[in-house]
Design a protein around this ligand. Structure first.
Ligand SMILES: Nc1ncnc2c1ncn2[C@@H]1O[C@H](COP(=O)(O)OP(=O)(O)O)[C@@H](O)[C@H]1O
Ligand SMILES: [Mg+2]
Length: 393
């Protein structure tokens, strides 16, 4: 898949420099477009070149082109990367408003530019191969926070309550916690499926997963030996998730609490990343760090991040406002603490929606499922709320 990159701006020399920086990057086709003759629309008179990515260069105190871009309907805006002098609040604001994937201040670092373009290429490729299913990733800010338990129960509710075709992928290849939470076992597992991913179809796929009575399909490792994440081929994981997304309405990934090739790849594939934390400074510190890595190193736009506060207690020292402010993100949901209920469900392998539909902990998770499945109507609101707090001021 060849990705068409348009480098647009008023200053020809700056555009040519950006072009030389992208020279030799595999899989892309670059066109330079100097905006001139009183036009401000970056796409004016480039009708013969439908860009997949636009790299827009602006000059100091000249943001008319950015404004014109922000005014375009969202559907007519391919992913945007903005390049220009740093320290321009106006430009930053416009860039964020128009959904820019990144803002690269001058002087541009070549490696940064290439990495950003490649990241957007990977996202486009993932979208193109993702069929119609939505990929949701769940990760904890620390071990034991309850992210696997929540991922397993949400996946179950998507199938049992929302009646959606749902697959759950457990990327904790050594412990497969979701198999425990759902009391499922399978003969062949995720690793075997990855070995054969190139030749799998819907029928063959079922042989590598285990089916819950709700219809939920779980894919997890059944390995008895240690599985280092570096031994797993991320391109195969991507292909596997893409296949699941083409066959399901929802794909939930339980992502272990670690930053490595496997988890970074999973974050790149997800349309929504749920970060689960508790009301503790350690968790807030870890979540802040995770969000920074996601944003700065993995180029994940903040609009994709959702915060869940688990074991929520009203009277805790750390209030939701404090957490929201520290993370510069709204809290998407809280889940109350219910030790006995949760432990019993997990120990028996009976998901909450079956075990106790009326419990507050169950209701809170059903609320998250409603947000996930009603996300289309709620999207503009969610996006607005997820923007950094300075935009709201
Ligand atoms: N809201 C909650 N209230 C009480 N216990 C919970 C809650 N959420 C999760 N737990 C308990 O925490 C245990 C560990 O959760 P798990 O999701 O496996 O951890 P991790 O965050 O490391 O993935 C679960 O077995 C469950 O019993
Ligand atoms: Mg876990």
């Amino acid at each position: 898949m060849l990705t068409h990159v348009l480098i647009a701006g008023r200053k020809g020399s700056a555009l040519e420099t950006l072009k030389t920086y992208l020279h030799g990057v595999p899989g892309i086709n670059v066109r330079v477009h100097v905006i001139a003759n009183g036009h401000i629309d970056p796409l004016h008179s480039v009708a013969d070149f439908a860009p997949d990515i636009v790299l827009l260069h602006f000059e100091a105190h000249r943001t008319a082109e950015l404004s014109a871009w922000a005014a375009r309907p969202a559907a007519g805006r391919p992913p945007l990367i903005v390049v220009g002098p740093g320290g321009h609040a106006d430009a930053t604001r416009l860039a964020i408003r128009s959904g820019a994937r990144d803002f690269l201040p001058e002087p541009v670092d070549r490696a940064d530019l290439v990495a950003t373009v490649q990241q957007v290429c990977a996202e486009l490729h993932a979208q193109a191969t993702q069929g119609r299913g939505t990929v949701h990733a769940f990760v904890g800010a620390a071990g034991g926070v309850g992210s696997s338990f929540i991922a397993a129960n949400i996946a179950h509710m998507l199938a049992a309550h929302a009646r959606r075709r749902t697959a759950l992928v457990d990327l904790d290849l050594n412990f497969s916690p979701t198999a425990h939470h759902l009391n499922l076992t399978s003969q062949r597992g995720l690793l075997e499926a990855l070995d054969e991913v190139g030749s799998l179809d819907a029928d063959a796929l079922a042989g590598f997963g285990s089916r819950h009575a709700s219809g939920l399909q779980l894919y997890c490792s059944t390995a008895q030996h240690a599985v280092p994440s570096k031994d797993v081929r991320t391109d195969r994981v991507s292909a596997f998730i893409a296949l699941l997304a083409s066959l399901n309405q929802d794909v939930v990934i339980d992502v272990p609490h670690a930053i490595d090739n496997l988890t970074a790849n999973a974050f790149g594939l997800a349309a929504e990343i749920y970060i689960v934390l508790q009301q503790s400074t350690l968790h807030v510190r870890n979540a802040t760090r995770l969000i920074r890595i996601l944003r700065d190193e993995l180029a994940v736009p903040p609009q994709r991040l959702r915060i869940i506060v688990n074991r929520y207690a009203k009277k805790a020292l750390l209030q939701l406002d404090d957490i929201s402010r520290a993370l510069s993100l709204e809290i998407a949901a809280t889940v109350p603490s219910h030790y006995a209920r949760a432990l019993e469900s997990s120990d028996a392998g009976v998901p909450l929606y079956e075990a106790d539909r009326a419990a507050a902990i169950t209701a809170s998770l059903v609320g998250i499922v409603a947000q996930m499945t009603g996300a289309k109507a709620a999207r503009p609101g969610l996006l607005r709320r997820a923007l950094p707090s300075f935009l709201r001021s």
